[in-house]
Write a protein that binds this ligand. Sequence first.
Ligand code: FE2
Ligand code: FE2
Length: 158
Amino acid sequence: MNILDAIKQDHDQYKDQMQQLIEADRIGQSEKDLFQRFSSDIDAHMKAEQQMFYPVLEEQDMAKKHVLQAYEEHHVASLVMDELKSVQQMDERWMAKMQVLSELVKHHIQEEESVIFRHARDLLDSDELDALGDQWESSKQQVMRQTQPTGTGRSSRR
Ligand SMILES: [Fe+2]
Ligand SMILES: [Fe+2]
């Protein structure tokens, strides 16, 4: 699968997960688990993009402006997500924050799939897009291993 299709597939999953969270009547254990999965997945997705996708595009002047903006959108989404993780009670305020995160992420996804993908198609041929796509899942796995929360990972310090 080429990297654009792989990224798009992730995006569809995140939109679906966010929708499920927003539409939940109450926040029970299954919503907490869903949020946990969503946040660690999207975190790895953003970091993988920053490690192996954005840098390739950034080299070109035309794309650079949009890529820099995308980094900032990741940054803001991470800030809101960190707050969502640290709020103890998943109440109406948590839900309001979740709504805001969902809007941010949907906006980012839309820009990425239009503007960023267009630059990627201009700059990279289909073999290069396929080659990046082959590395996509392993890059995310690698990022996830690096950011394993303390206590659940294979920590050598314990
Ligand atoms: Fe993305
Ligand atoms: Fe992104």
